[in-house]
Design a protein around this ligand. Structure first.
Ligand SMILES: Nc1nc2c(ncn2[C@@H]2O[C@H](COP(=O)(O)OP(=O)(O)OP(=O)(O)O)[C@@H](O)[C@H]2O)c(=O)[nH]1
Ligand SMILES: [Mg+2]
Length: 494
């Protein structure tokens, strides 16, 4: 990613770029909207509002030409049904970031105020024609809609704007497909893509049948032609896809079994686990790197991480725990994907502690917190203790930080970039990890040094003394370690 994808960057840029008369008019109009519950201004309803500053087109002509060779040129369109104009613009800015992450060049973005999306064409039919003009004027080859469209809406809107129309769901699926690395991650994404594709086959099938009809089918006999060849073709395609999906589900179930075993292993060793969850681009991977020194990919792009990474880490007091990085959340995460990515969510549900990372420099961090919590609740992780880690404190404004820390009882401000607040966070993690259950006193001979190290790493050492016979330890350890130490309990040796 060579250009910035952060929504707030768009906003910053948009603030300084409102010279254009049309935009000025829009800005002026937006002052009439004061938010929820108010009757929509008539003019507002009629207008296709241009969201300023969304274009990521570069001024440098050589770079533009280079990018035009390989990137799709897109225009974004959203239907704004509730909330303030800022909410609507944020949503479209996020869509722009998603489109860029998918490798597209965003030329323009518009939103329409409506009670609900038009059942036929998503935006109103009149607006769809205006959108067609915008597409022509900007030279776009794709329209991206900020929602999940029905198969019919996609087809009808495509008929009007005469370029490819994709929705938010398809876009996110595409990003996931580009980024998934592990075999399981890849399988899950293609399963989700097939699920999304299945009800939308009709459209492709229809145009296919038209083509075939034109070419003249070779079936000859009129008797069996009660069904068009196209329809038969769709049915075969559907069946093939269903079979493939079933096969894929079985494969995923097998892979899941392997992961399950690994997790049980970790459980048996009673290594406490901490899961990092949070909205996409909040800085989860950066935090993992800060806490463990791991070299996990950090990118100013949405969904840089699509496979759960688990690292071993040590608290300041020397206790070992595992830290899992997870896939980021996004609003309106396609339903099939929530299902498909349950695997990484399961890490979250199973953890002893959740570090919920939120980007303190984002314009709407509270919304991100809420969106993540909704999914966390969905996977049954509601009783796992949570620490809210307000990240990017170096870039966030002080008021926002104060507001978040006041609202969230268990929160801490950090910067994964500068290291600010990290020692405090580590100390907090240390105090939150479950305490080992068995307290014992042992005299471990010096030949068993490895065992002493394990007590340090996995248990809690209360006192340690080096005697002539070995290390005299008073410690709290988990069951398994207690069993290994059993022979060295002085009383047992008589
Ligand atoms: N200013 C600032 N930027 C940060 C900080 N932490 C992370 N970033 C930046 O935020 C962007 C996203 O960081 P990642 O760690 O990849 O975020 P993530 O939550 O893992 O993102 P996904 O895996 O894409 O969901 C990168 O450009 C980071 O450099 C911070 O403390 N301060
Ligand atoms: Mg990441």
């Amino acid at each position: 990613m060579t250009f910035s994808s952060l929504p707030q960057d768009h906003q910053r840029r948009s603030a300084g770029r409102r010279a254009d008369a049309l935009m000025d008019e829009d800005v002026a109009r937006s002052e009439f909207t004061t938010g929820d519950g108010e009757q929509f201004d008539r003019e507002e309803r009629a207008a296709l509002r241009r969201v300023a500053g969304l274009s990521t087109e570069l001024q440098d002509i050589t770079e533009v030409e280079y990018r035009q060779l390989r990137l799709e040129r897109v225009v974004l369109v959203g239907v704004w049904t509730s909330g303030t104009v800022r909410d609507a613009e944020n949503s479209l800015a996020e869509l722009a970031a998603l489109a860029e992450t998918a490798g597209a060049l965003v030329l323009d973005g518009v939103i329409q105020r409506r009670d609900k999306p038009d059942p036929a064409t998503y935006i109103g039919s009149g607006k769809a024609k205006e959108l067609r003009d915008l597409v022509l004027e900007s030279g776009a080859d794709t329209v991206v809609c900020d929602g999940e469209l029905s198969p019919g809406q996609l087809i009808h809107l495509e008929d009007v704007v005469k370029v490819k129309v994709v929705d938010r769901t398809a876009l996110i699926l595409d990003i996931f497909a580009q980024h998934a690395k592990s075999r399981e991650g890849k399988a899950q994404v293609s399963l989700a893509q097939m699920q999304y594709m299945l009800p939308r086959l009709r459209g492709w099938g229809q145009s296919l049948s038209r083509q075939m009809g034109g070419g003249g089918s070779s079936s000859g006999g009129g008797g069996m032609a009660t069904r068009g060849p196209g329809e038969t073709k769709i049915e075969t395609d559907r069946r093939r896809i269903r079979e493939k999906m079933a096969k894929m589900r079985r494969e995923i179930a097998d892979m899941k079994h392997g992961r399950e075993l690994k997790r049980q292993e970790r459980h048996r060793n009673q290594v406490p686990s901490v899961a990092i969850a949070g909205y996409t681009n909040a800085g989860k991977s950066s935090l993992l790197n800060q806490l463990t020194g791991a070299g996990v990919l950090v990118e100013n792009a949405l969904f840089a991480t699509l496979d759960p990474t688990v690292r071993r880490a040590t608290t300041p007091s020397g206790r070992v725990y595992t830290l899992a990085d997870t896939v980021g959340f996004v609003r309106h995460l396609p339903h099939h994907l929530v299902e498909a990515f349950r695997s990484t969510m399961e890490e979250v549900g199973d953890a002893d502690l959740i570090l919920h990372v939120v980007d303190g420099a984002h314009p709407a961090p509270e919304e991100q917190l809420a969106a993540v919590r909704e999914v966390v609740r969905d996977v049954g992780a509601h009783d796992v203790p949570e620490i809210v880690v307000v990240n990017k404190a170096d870039a966030a404004d002080e008021l926002t930080l104060q507001r978040l820390l006041r609202a969230e009882k268990r929160a801490i401000a950090v910067s994964a970039r500068t290291g600010l607040g990290i020692p405090e966070l580590l100390a907090w993690i240390d105090s939150e990890l479950p305490r080992p259950a068995v307290e014992l006193e042992v005299l471990v001979p010096y030949t068993q040094g490895a065992l002493v190290s394990r007590v340090h790493a996995e248990g809690e050492v209360l006192s340690e003394e080096h005697t002539g016979e070995g290390t005299l330890l008073k410690a709290q350890v988990h069951q398994e370690l207690a069993a290994l130490l059993e022979p060295y309990v002085p009383a047992a040796r008589g």
